[in-house]
Design a binder for this molecule. Structure first.
Ligand code: FAD
Ligand code: MLT
Ligand code: ZN
Length: 516
């Protein structure tokens, strides 16, 4: 079946060409309003305001080229990728070593300056940019690979390495990164670790909490926490690395990472399928687990409106006619004959029983990339619609798509488009409600309803993107009060002055109760 695949696709630019860290890519006309104006209830805490003596210190430490104070240059670091949040920091610092990170944090701690750690600035919850004027600590120059154990598949590198660069480096050595996401051309491994990023192949390779063997971090007062173990087994006391995985730069700055890298699969196959109902998506996913077993590496679902943002706005070409739903099913294995046979048998069955109406399958790299672009660039496509209210929920599989019709009823004509797509294999839906521009009225129709709904179903209000700035009011929908108390106490112990990534992750009512 694979050889009969239609070949009408052409290639187009990589997501990396829309890198978020070059000021030229951000147009003034499309800038979001300042976060402090959009969310007037959030008040600046009494951190120091940056002064010339502070800047003198940073200049002495980093030199003038690694201290950015120019307003225009700062703009790209102040604005997040989906243009939903904007701070007004006038100080971006670009350390090149752990020692420099230590000196910066110690100085900020002693001088009561708030700090916002920043990786590739592709985060989707407003965690990577300042809320007010926090000093931005950009990790982009800490981008060296330190070592690779090719036999064990263990990579050690600095936190600012871009995910795609690491993957390319490993590919030359028959290895791969255990995670892949649409932002790979810009996001950094430190940012991935800080957000415990999921992505497109979590189903097969697991999350970063499992794949990160060790890391090095710097505490808010400038001390190095060396947990850079490269051991697969190490049960010596508390696993402190978990304090930094998924805590979004609120407890420390990740400076180095040691990560398990699986072998690059010798055989990769990808099927793109058209279906007429969500029920059939569930049937096909179930069948794929049973029929493809150990070679299943990805299972993604897309509805027609989500696909449309890539075909309409980005002019990508879909190889299939229009269907209400689509799926991407990918296999990673070591024997192509075996994998093709399995995939063909599976596809034969799902077409025969009517759950799939049409589909193509390919193992040609350029065609697979073209198909993956249709999925990976949905987030980018949405930016062309206007403002996107984005939700990243874990829901029981039977409810994965249920919010789309519900939100269509609630938000109605206020929205340009309401759609759902995501990692069906992980029960993680991305719900997008697109409007021309941000509106509090629409926001109130969506929140807190969407979180109440998720909570009733025992889902998660943030499956993989984190809490950042925008979801701090809703943590209690996914965590008990006791859990929130423990989280806040840990923050108080590790960052008693609360200088790291303030206004984020922790619920506002609990945030500073112990500090000030
Ligand atoms: P940033 O956005 O710069 O920062 C994210 C958070 O981590 C912030 O709170 C920041 O303060 C903190 N941080 C960054 N670096 C460090 C550090 N070294 N030490 C301490 N804290 C740090 N996410 C997924 O989980 N799955 C996906 O499939 C996915 N796809 C995406 C596709 C697109 C097109 C885009 C734009 C985003 C996508 N994301 C996805 C979200 C985002 O890419 C991830 O959260 C990513 O891990 C963020 O990495 P970053 O380097 O850009 O971090
Ligand atoms: C994805 O899976 O594409 C990302 O998590 C980004 C998004 O939610 O759009
Ligand atoms: Zn995702």
């Amino acid at each position: 079946m694979l050889s009969t695949v239609r070949c009408r696709l052409s290639s187009w630019r990589l997501l990396s060409s829309i890198s978020s860290t070059t000021s030229s890519t951000i147009k003034y006309s499309t800038l979001p309003e300042l976060t402090k104006d959009r969310y007037p209830n959030v008040r600046r805490s009494d951190y120091s305001i940056i002064k010339s003596n502070h800047l003198e210190f940073f200049k002495d430490l980093l030199g003038e080229h690694r201290l950015i104070t120019d307003e225009n240059e700062c703009l790209a670091y102040n604005t997040d990728w989906i243009k939903a949040n904007r701070g007004y920091s006038s100080c971006v610092l670009k350390p090149k070593s752990t020692e420099e990170v230590c000196s910066i944090l110690k100085f900020c701690y002693d001088n009561n300056l708030a700090v916002c750690p920043q990786g590739g600035n592709t985060g989707l919850v407003g965690g990577s940019v300042p809320v007010f004027d926090e000093v931005i600590l950009s990790m982009s120059l800490m981008n060296k690979i330190i070592s690779l154990d090719e036999t064990a598949g263990i990579l050690t590198c600095e936190a600012g390495c871009v995910l795609e660069n690491l993957d390319n480096y490993l590919a030359e050595r028959e290895l791969m990164m255990p995670l892949d996401l649409g932002a790979k051309g810009s996001c950094q491994i430190g940012g991935n670790v800080a957000t415990n990023a999921g992505g497109l192949r979590l189903l097969r390779y697991g999350n970063l909490q499992g794949n990160v063997l060790g890391l090095e971090a710097v505490t808010p007062n400038g001390r190095v926490v060396d947990c850079l173990s490269a051991l697969k087994k190490d049960n010596t006391g508390l696993h402190l690395k978990h304090l930094y995985i998924g805590t979004e730069g609120s407890l420390g700055v990740v400076t180095k990472v040691c990560i398990k890298c699986p072998p690059k699969p010798k055989a990769v196959n990808l099927a793109f399928l058209g279906l007429n109902s969500f029920e059939n998506i569930l049937k096909v996913f179930k069948k794929s687990r049973h029929e493809l077993g150990e070679i299943l590496s990805s299972c993604e679902a897309i509805d027609a409106d989500s696909l449309a943002v890539t075909t309409e706005h980005l002019k990508l070409k879909s190889p299939l006619d229009k269907f209400p739903f689509y799926m991407l099913i990918e296999t990673h294995g070591s024997d192509n004959t075996h994998d093709e046979e399995k995939l063909n048998r599976f596809l034969g069955k799902v077409m025969e029983d009517g759950s799939v109406l049409d589909g193509i399958a390919t193992n040609e790299p350029s065609k697979m990339k073209d198909i993956w672009d249709l999925r990976e660039r949905i987030t980018e496509g949405y930016l062309h619609d206007g403002y996107v209210f984005k939700y990243d929920l874990s829901l029981p599989l039977e409810h994965f798509y249920s919010l789309v019709p519900i939100m269509k009823d609630r938000v109605g004509r206020d929205a340009i488009r309401i759609s759902g797509y995501g990692h069906i294999g992980d029960g993680n839906v991305h719900l997008s409600i697109c409007v021309k521009e941000f509106s509090t009225e629409v926001l109130n129709k969506i929140e807190p309803f969407i979180y109440e709904y998720t909570s009733k179903l025992k889902g998660s209000i943030s499956a993989e993107h984190g809490i950042g700035f925008r979801k701090t009011n809703y943590v209690h929908y996914s965590k008990s009060q006791e859990a929130i108390d423990i989280m806040t106490n840990i923050k108080c112990i590790m960052d008693p002055k609360g200088i790291l990534n303030p206004y984020k992750v922790y619920p506002p009512s609990r945030r500073w109760s112990n500090f000030k």
